[in-house]
Write a protein that binds this ligand. Sequence first.
Ligand code: HEM
Length: 228
Amino acid sequence: MVWPVVYNPTQRQLSALKTLLFLVCLLPLARLGWGLWSDQLGANPIEFITRSLGTWTLNFLLITLTVSPLRKLTGWHWLLRLRRMLGLFAFFYVMLHLTTYLWLDQFFDWTAIVKDILKRPFITVGMSAFVLLVPLAATSNHAMIRRIGGRRWQQLHRSIYVIAIFAVVHYWWLVKKDVTLPALYAVLLALLLGMRALWREQERRQQLAHVSPLAKKRGKVIPIAARQ
Ligand code: HEM
């Protein structure tokens, strides 16, 4: 299915769009800065900041995962050119989220931090998501793609699915009573991952349909992933 509205921005429009998106992505941080300045973050500003930064990390992870399906549904291939920025914003917000935790919550007491990571499962899984996110951020530029090779880069960047699952689990486990919001994120993520799995399976079947029965029998069918 392809969205009926054809939209292909020019290079200049795309650059303007990227600048606009960059500014929009900074809005959650600006909001926090303003709240802190005007003393509007409630009785526990540190908790407010930590939670808000965590929420925006998760939002950016899911928004990044939405780009590919959206591109497929609309036929707007240029959307892919916004994906790296969105992914890097997820990393930017998790860095701030982690820094708030290490600094304002734990006062850089490394023994307490290690104990906390080992003792509280939601911290363990959050930290795992962060550790997995580091190589993705580090290899997000074109030079790195060239250096490690497209196929290996793609395989590495598939860990974004595990990261997103860990992120939702982190949220689910830290919530004490009402799990409505984490459940909503879980449903969204399941939809995004489900769509990908479905399309992948469809592609596999289509490719199998074009292979001669003899090749199928001999197991000479090269999986799609290996062909990219
Ligand atoms: C991809 C990685 C991560 C994501 C997506 C994420 C997301 C979140 C979310 C959504 C929340 C709850 C927000 C709310 O209650 O409204 C949160 C809270 C929190 N996260 Fe993370 N987080 C991540 C990594 C980490 C890491 C690495 C740490 C520390 C090692 C951490 C520590 C915390 C803490 C301490 C809270 C607040 C818990 C509370 O107030 O009870 N998170 N995070």
